[in-house]
Design a protein around this ligand. Structure first.
Ligand code: U2F
Length: 568
C-alpha cells in the first residue's frame, strides 16, 4: 500500500549533487514542498477509501547524463531551457509524495546498477525479472536502455513511460508504418503504446498529459497582488537575447513602450554590451522566486514567439498577469519550422502557447497578429483598461498533478494482453448517438445496456465513451473537441468494429482492414468502410479529405482534461 509522504528530505538526498541542473531541481523541490504537502492531504481526503498499490519506480533522466552530452546543465545559469528541469523536479516530487518506492538515476552507471546489468561494453540482456514496475525516462534514456539491455528491452518495454515535451504521434511511433509512409524521424519509431509518451501540456490525446506544477497563491498573496499591481509594467518572455530577435520587434517594442515600462530577465555577460534596447529594464536571469515577485507586480507578460510552450506563461497568469502572444498564421509545425523539424509530430502550433490560447483564453490570454500594428496597439490599450484575477488551471496545481499521476499509475496498463473485442453478447450502448438502451449485434438482436455483463474493465471506463464521426478532412482531436469532448485512444478498440459504421448510418459497400493511422474510417467517395488492423496505429491525430473518421470521444473533468468524470 502506498502512503502519502510529505517530507521531501529523502528525495533531496536521492537527487544528488554536482550539476547546476540538479541544484535547480532541488531548490524547486524545497521551495514547493509545503504546497505539495497540503495538496497530498487534500487528495488523501478525496481518495479516502482507495487502496493504492505501492509501485517500484525507476526514474532515469536521460538528457542529464554525461553519455547524452548533457547540453542543458551548463546553460542553467545562462538563459538555457529550464522547462524540462521544472517538469522533472515536479515528476520526482509527485512520485515521492504519492508514496512510491523511488530510485533516481542521472548516469548510465547508475542505470546499470539499478537494473542489475553487469558493467562493460555492449548490450547485455537482463536475465531475471525487471526489478521495477514502472520506469520513467526520456528519448535519450530509452536509447541508453536499448544499448545496454539489448533485446530484453522489448520484453520489458510496457513498463516504460517516456517524458516527451512536444509529443509523439502514433504514425511516427510505429516503425514499419513510419518507414513506409515517410513519418520516420530521429526520435520516433519505438513501437510503444501512444499513451506511454507523456507530454508537458495536453498537446494531443494520443499521448498522456503529464504536465508540471505552478505555485498557487493563498488569500493574503492574492490580496497583496491586487494591491501592488503596476498597471503600466510589462515583462518580456525570453531568457536569451536571441528570443528578442523576432522579425519586426523594434516596431512593436516601440508601440509597447509608448504605453508601458518594459522589463526583461535576459541573461547577459557583464563584459559584453547589452543586447536588448536601452529603454528595457533588464534584471538579468532571475532565480525562479524573484521572477515570481516581478510577475506579481507586472500587468503584462508578453511573448515574442519563442520559446514555444514553456511554463513561464502559466506562472505569469497565475500571478495575475495578462499574457499577450503572437498568433502563428500559418501555424508552425515540423513541416514548416526549423525548431519542430524532425520532431515526431505534425501538430500545428497556432501561437507561441496554444494551451494558454485554447484552454485559458481571454481575459488572461490575448493572442493577436503582431504584424498588424493596429491590432497590437489595440490589444495593449485593452490590457491597460482591464483588471484580471490570478488564474491557475486545476491540472497545473500540485493537487491536480498528484491526482492525475495517481490515476495513471493505478489504472494505465500496457502490459496485460488485451482481451479480444467484441466479446459475444455484450451490449454496446456507446454505439448510440441516440438514447440508450440500444444495441445492434451481428445477429441483429437488441440488447439492453448491462455494464457488468463483461469482464472487461478498460480505463477510462466504457461509460465515458461516445462514438462520433468526424467531418471529411477533420481529425478526431477536432471532432471530439467540437462536441465538448476529448478523443480517447484507449477506447478505439471498442469502436473498431463494423457495427460502429451502421450505428453512425454509414452504409458500407465494402469492409476492409488495413494499417492506416486514420482508420477506422469511412471513405466518402467509395462508400468503403476501413477498420484498423494494428492497435498501435489508433490515432486521434490526422485527417484526410478522403475520409470521415470514427472517433472514440469521452467527457473530461473541468480543469483536469486527462481524466473522465468516472476516471478516479
Ligand atoms: C520551454 O523552455 P524554457 O525554459 O525556455 O521555458 P520558460 O517558460 O522560459 O521557463 C522555464 C522556467 O524558467 C524560469 C521560469 C520557468 O519555470 O520560472 N525562469 C527563471 O527561473 N528565471 C528567469 O529569469 C526566467 C525564467 C519549454 F519548457 C521547453 O520544453 C522547450 O524545450 C523550450 C523551447 O521551446 O521552451
Amino acid at each position: 500500500q502506498a502512503v502519502f509522504q510529505s517530507d521531501v528530505r529523502t528525495l533531496l538526498e536521492q537527487v544528488g549533487t554536482g550539476k547546476e541542473s540538479l541544484s535547480f531541481m532541488k531548490r524547486r523541490i524545497r521551495r514547493l514542498a509545503a504546497q505539495w504537502a497540503s495538496a497530498a492531504r487534500r487528495l488523501d481526503d478525496k481518495l479516502r477509501n482507495h487502496w493504492r498499490e505501492q509501485k517500484r519506480i525507476l526514474v532515469h533522466v536521460g538528457f542529464l547524463t554525461e553519455e547524452s552530452g548533457d547540453v542543458f546543465s551548463p546553460k542553467v545559469l545562462k538563459g538555457g531551457p529550464l522547462g524540462e528541469m521544472v517538469q522533472w523536479a515536479d515528476i520526482l516530487t509527485a512520485l515521492h509524495v504519492l508514496g512510491h518506492d523511488l530510485k533516481i538515476s542521472v548516469s548510465v552507471k547508475e542505470l546499470h546498477g539499478f537494473l542489475g546489468v553487469p558493467p562493460g561494453r555492449g548490450s547485455c540482456p537482463l536475465t531475471g525479472p525487471l526489478p521495477f514496475d514502472l520506469i520513467y525516462t526520456d528519448y535519450h534514456g530509452l536509447q541508453q536502455m536499448k544499448q545496454h539491455m539489448g533485446l530484453s528491452l522489448r520484453k520489458h518495454k510496457c513498463h516504460i513511460r517516456v517524458i516527451d515535451t512536444f509529443g509523439t504521434e502514433p504514425a511516427y511511433n510505429h516503425e514499419e508504418y513510419a518507414t513506409l509512409h515517410g513519418y520516420r524521424t530521429n526520435w520516433g519509431y519505438w513501437n510503444l503504446h501512444g499513451q506511454q509518451y507523456m507530454t508537458m501540456f495536453p498537446h494531443t490525446p494520443d499521448n498522456s498529459f503529464m504536465g508540471f506544477v505552478v505555485e498557487q497563491l493563498n488569500e493574503t498573496e492574492r490580496q497583496n497582488i491586487q494591491r501592488n499591481k503596476v498597471n503600466n509594467m510589462a515583462v518580456v518572455y525570453g531568457k536569451e537575447a536571441r528570443m528578442w530577435k523576432l522579425k519586426g520587434k523594434e516596431r512593436f517594442l516601440a508601440i509597447l513602450h509608448r504605453y508601458m515600462e518594459i522589463h526583461g530577465t535576459v541573461y547577459y555577460e557583464t563584459q559584453r554590451p547589452p543586447e536588448v534596447p536601452a529603454f528595457v529594464k533588464n534584471h538579468g536571469l532571475l532565480p525562479q522566486q524573484e521572477l515570481q515577485q516581478l510577475l506579481r507586480k507586472a500587468k503584462l507578460f508578453i511573448g515574442f514567439g519563442f520559446p514555444y510552450e514553456g511554463p513561464a506563461p502559466l506562472e505569469a497568469i497565475a500571478s495575475g498577469c495578462i499574457f499577450l502572444q503572437p498568433k502563428f498564421d500559418p501555424p508552425h509545425s515540423s513541416l514548416n519550422h526549423e525548431f519542430f523539424r524532425g520532431k515526431p509530430t505534425s501538430r500545428k502550433v497556432s501561437s507561441q502557447h496554444p494551451y494558454a490560447e485554447q484552454y485559458i483564453g481571454r481575459p488572461h490570454v490575448i493572442t493577436v497578429d503582431f504584424n498588424n500594428s493596429e491590432e497590437f496597439d489595440a490589444a495593449i490599450r485593452e490590457i491597460m483598461k482591464i483588471n484580471v484575477e490570478p488564474f491557475l488551471p486545476y491540472e497545473y496545481t500540485c493537487e491536480g498533478m498528484l491526482e492525475r499521476v495517481h490515476a495513471y499509475i493505478q489504472n494505465q496498463d500496457f502490459c496485460s494482453p488485451e482481451a479480444p473485442f467484441p466479446p459475444v453478447n455484450l451490449s454496446m450502448p456507446w454505439l448510440g448517438s441516440r438514447p440508450s438502451p440500444f444495441i445492434l449485434l451481428p445477429n441483429s438482436s437488441i440488447l439492453t445496456w448491462a455494464p457488468n455483463a463483461s469482464s472487461y474493465t478498460p480505463w477510462p471506463p466504457l461509460s465515458s465513451l461516445r462514438l462520433l464521426a468526424s467531418l471529411e478532412d477533420q481529425s478526431c482531436v477536432k471532432a471530439c473537441q467540437s462536441a465538448g469532448l476529448i478523443c480517447e485512444p484507449a477506447l478505439y478498440r471498442f469502436i473498431n468494429i463494423k457495427e460502429a459504421f451502421s450505428a453512425l448510418d454509414f452504409q458500407c459497400e465494402g469492409l476492409e482492414s488495413e494499417m492506416n493511422h486514420l482508420f477506422p474510417a469511412f471513405s466518402v467517395e467509395h462508400a468503403e468502410c476501413g477498420l484498423q488492423q494494428d492497435p498501435l496505429l489508433f490515432s486521434c491525430a490526422g485527417s484526410s479529405a478522403k475520409y470521415q473518421r470514427l472517433c472514440p470521444c469521452r467527457d473530461y473533468r473541468i480543469g483536469q482534461v486527462a481524466l473522465c468524470s468516472d476516471c478516479l
